[in-house]
Design a protein around this ligand. Structure first.
Ligand code: ZN
Length: 201
């Protein structure tokens, strides 16, 4: 998806309908900041807003995704292209989240027997220490890999200004979090809030 092109297209079609950003925002029940963000190519409408937005602008979702008016002949081909691209983008992010969870589970499975062995079997102290150290190393490495994959999957959205951004590795690791949210500082408005994870930037 070319967000800049889509943004320009939304702006053009909005003006064609003689709506201000504020008027269109009111119809859709969102803030005019959100519209302005889309039009600058910095963010993309939530799935639930796609149909209402297209209806208001008198365009199809397919034209929106492609960022231009389509001729009858092109239509089917572009529709298929859009579909494939969307599925691909969603899959990439989802794959990373699943992979990250998988890595976390695997390292715990791999690390635990080392601790158990160190506790259960008779052995020299140095061997016991080595086993425990290896177990810790495996788990730490695994967690680092899981974090890298998880951070790269999608982005986080600021609840204040709806900016979508990728935190730095340090911010990501240090942040308090729940399963779907992380307490991060928004690079745009500066608010530190629980930002929800979104699959696309
Ligand atoms: Zn913000």
């Amino acid at each position: 998806m070319d967000q800049i092109k889509i943004g320009k297209f939304i702006a053009e079609e909005r003006k064609r309908k003689s709506y201000t950003q504020k008027e269109l925002a009111e119809i859709l029940g969102i803030s005019d900041k959100t519209i302005s963000k889309w039009e600058r190519g910095n963010g993309f409408p939530e799935v639930s807003l796609l149909l209402p937005l297209c209806n208001e602008l008198g365009i199809t979702v397919n034209e929106l995704l492609f960022g231009e008016r389509l001729q009858e002949v092109d239509y089917k081909k572009k529709a298929e292209e859009n579909m494939v691209n969307l599925v691909k983008e969603a899959q990439e992010s989802r794959k990373k989240i699943i992979l990250s969870a998988l890595v976390a589970v695997l390292v715990i499975i791999a690390g635990t027997p080392l601790f158990l062995a160190a506790g259960v079997f008779e052995m020299e102290t140095w061997a016991r220490v080595a086993l425990i150290a290896t177990g810790i190393l495996v788990i730490v490495l695994g967690i680092i890999i899981a974090c890298i994959l998880d951070r790269e999957a999608g982005a986080f959205e600021c609840p204040e200004c709806e900016e979508r951004f990728l935190p730095t590795m340090k911010e990501y690791v240090m942040a308090a979090h729940t399963i779907t949210r992380r307490r991060l500082k928004c690079p745009k408005c500066g608010a530190t809030k629980y930002c929800k994870r979104v699959l696309t930037k």
